[in-house]
Design a binder for this molecule. Structure first.
Ligand code: ADP
Ligand code: MG
Length: 153
């Protein structure tokens, strides 16, 4: 199967989803985070980093556009493209160089670089649902399928 879905009752559940996915991550993977402002994209990324063993502060990259976390196994680049006015800014900022075999790129607001970003391996859609959030995780590539398979077992 290529989809995993569920309900996240509170912030702790969003963090847990992130830390659960962390152990299934593979180098070279691009994960796009879809969802409105406040859907939990940054919270999820915080969980991902916790799961990778990072215990420092995780800032939202809203103003810096990217925050990078060099970890023993891989470097995680956390992008927030909300402030892009034009998809071409992806190239201007040199972000294409952030994709490598030993990095994982997590991207909030990927639509802001539509047509410029490479196709994602995984897409996580988060949406407000009652007091919590619902999520769907889709695999879009061979690497994405491998990751999702590992995540679900
Ligand atoms: P985004 O990055 O998508 O704008 P954030 O991760 O900053 O969203 O989260 C916005 C708010 O939603 C935060 O206050 C966070 O604690 C809260 N939140 C995250 N996940 C959940 C959840 N499953 N249920 C309720 N609140 C949540
Ligand atoms: Mg955010």
């Amino acid at each position: 199967t290529s989809v995993s879905a569920g309900y996240l009752a509170d912030e702790a559940a969003t963090l847990q989803l992130g830390s659960q996915l962390a152990s299934a991550l593979l180098g070279g993977l691009q994960l796009q985070l879809d969802g409105d402002l406040g859907a939990g994209k940054t919270t999820f990324t915080r969980g991902l980093l916790q799961g990778l063993g990072y215990s420092g502060r995780v800032k939202s990259p809203t103003y810096t556009l990217v925050e990078s976390y060099p970890l023993p196994a891989l470097t995680l680049h956390h992008f927030d493209l909300y402030r892009f006015n034009d998809p071409e800014e992806w190239y201007d900022a040199g972000f294409a160089d952030y994709f490598a075999d030993d990095t994982v790129c997590v991207i909030e607001w990927p639509d802001k670089a539509a047509g410029v970003l490479p196709a994602p391996d995984l897409v996580l859609k988060l949406s407000v649902d009652g007091d919590g959030r619902s999520y769907r995780l889709h695999a879009h590539s061979e690497t994405g399928h491998l990751c999702l398979k590992h995540f679900m077992t």
